[in-house]
Design a protein around this ligand. Structure first.
Ligand SMILES: Nc1nc2c(ncn2[C@@H]2O[C@H](COP(=O)(O)OP(=O)(O)OP(=O)(O)O)[C@@H](O)[C@H]2O)c(=O)[nH]1
Ligand SMILES: [Mg+2]
Length: 438
């Protein structure tokens, strides 16, 4: 194994900047840029060090820490150089380390890849590290942290065990039909059980997707329904123009807000109608495109407007929440079929609506409780669920061979999450997402 080196801290100036080395030559390389270190480095101890270039000129003073193998992040000999957080200084220092000939520049995610190779982290936990580094909302941070801590492994374990046992039993029935009489009966129930477990994980994966990417919540409805007024009220600032003339909003307008730790992009759109003008017609087109791309649609209707027709007319793939606007003008109170009643003008009902949006997006928990945020994990789970769907169908209409085949596919999909039997290509794909130095 070669020794790798990289700047581990971000590319902006900061109080401290860290260069990390991992591999058998890590200490030797570090000694060359930090002469005067004691002959024996104390494990995990902060040694004061002078960092110099190859001519011996001083670059900075800082700390050197040695984490001897195997008790380190990568499982190899790791050395960290803590200098001042100047990107220019750090690249000079890294250049000096590489010039020693004892280390080469690390590739993206190579430290974590080595950690995985040496059994220091599970694959899904390693991916959690990448998610944590990239997290841009509180919910994403909490979800990634849960993943690093093994939340996904804990949920996945029993499902994988159940599926593995089921697969083995079905194969046994096929191989030794005489000795396995009656095993068929339990099969249906066990299939349903495993299927249920995977379906539950898929549901969490869908919520996780929203946590990771953030959610697009789109306000639509007829002109003058009060969409822009509500948009401003939900954001807590006057972003969109409001006017009593219908057709005020032309372009789609978006703004970000954080909802219970979840990153939400709220989109205001042009009122839907057979548009009179050309520009407004373009706006209506854009509104329809927004509906198609939404994670959640808020159908804003003034009191008295019929909802059924509008729902059909929207044809949204995402869930639609009906919102009754201008509550202050309505004679009758709430009660009409689960709609949220709000007044963008007075603010009445808006807090409740925001809470309803949060719950619809993350399920009845906090966003932080979502534990499956990796797109790759989600994709593996969906693939397993499909194979199990086919297995259940095959159990009714086809042969046990087909059931066994589908169970095998489902199991392979789940094992792709943990990286058991992982191919090089899969590993490359996983670690490509990392930044250099991680
Ligand atoms: N009384 C009352 N009036 C409201 C309320 N919300 C909006 N309005 C009024 O309704 C009119 C239209 O409001 P907008 O927010 O511009 O409606 P819109 O749905 O964005 O309209 P378009 O952009 O034309 O599609 C304005 O005169 C608002 O002041 C409300 O909750 N109560
Ligand atoms: Mg508007």
């Amino acid at each position: 194994m070669s020794t790798i080196a990289a700047v581990a801290t971000g590319p902006a100036p900061g109080g401290v900047g860290i260069i990390r080395l991992s591999g058998p030559e890590a200490v030797r390389a570090a000694r060359q840029v930090a002469p005067g270190l004691p002959a024996q480095l104390r494990p995990r101890f902060a040694h004061l060090a002078r960092f110099v270039d190859r001519s011996g000129a001083l670059l900075d003073e800082g700390l050197i820490l040695h984490f001897p193998a195997p008790a380190s992040y990568t499982g190899e000999d790791v050395v960290e150089l803590h200098a001042h957080g100047s990107p220019r200084l750090l690249s000079l220092l890294l250049g000096e380390l590489l010039a020693t000939g004892h280390a080469r520049l690390a590739g993206p995610g190579e430290f974590t890849r080595r950690a995985w190779l040496n059994g220091r982290v599970a694959l899904q936990a390693a991916e959690g590290v990448a998610d944590l580094v990239a997290a841009d909302s509180e919910a994403a941070v909490r979800a990634a942290a849960a993943q690093v801590a093994g939340a996904l492994s804990a949920q996945l374990g029993p499902v994988v065990d159940g599926l593995r046992a089921l697969h083995a039993d079905v194969e046994a029935v096929l191989s030794f039909p005489d000795e396995s009489e009656g095993a068929e009966e339990g099969l249906c129930r066990r299939l349903a059980q495993v299927h249920g477990g995977v379906a539950q994980l898929c549901e969490r994966a869908r919520q996780g997707r929203v946590v990771r990417r953030g959610a697009r919540v789109v306000l639509v409805g007829p002109p003058n329904a009060g969409k822009s007024t509500l948009f401003n009220r939900m954001l807590g600032e006057e972003r969109a123009l409001v006017d009593e003339a219908p057709g005020t909003t032309r372009d789609a307008l978006e703004a970000r807000l954080e909802l219970g730790g979840l990153s939400v992009t709220l989109v205001d759109t042009a009122g839907l109608r057979e548009a009179p003008g050309r520009v407004e017609a373009l706006g209506v087109q854009r509104a329809r495109a927004e509906v198609a791309a939404a994670d959640l649609v808020l159908l804003v209707l003034p009191p008295g407007e019929d909802a059924g027709g509008w729902r059909g007319e929207l044809g949204a793939a995402a869930p639609v929440v009906e919102v009754r606007s201008k509550r202050d003008l309505a004679a009758a109170g709430p009660g009409s079929g689960g709609a949220a009643w709000v007044s963008g003008l007075s603010g009445e009902g808006v807090a409740g609506l925001l809470e309803q949006v949060r719950v619809r997006l993350t399920g009845y928990g906090t966003a932080g409780a979502v534990s499956i945020t990796g797109e790759r994990h989600a994709e593996c789970l969906f693939r397993a669920a499909q194979a199990l769907d086919r297995a259940r169908e095959a159990h009714v209409v086809s042969t046990l061979e087909v059931v066994a085949g589908e169970l095998g596919l489902a199991l392979a999909a789940l094992l792709d999450i943990t990286g058991e039997d992982a191919s090089e290509a899969l590993l490359d794909e996983v670690f490509r997402r990392f930044c250099i130095g991680k």
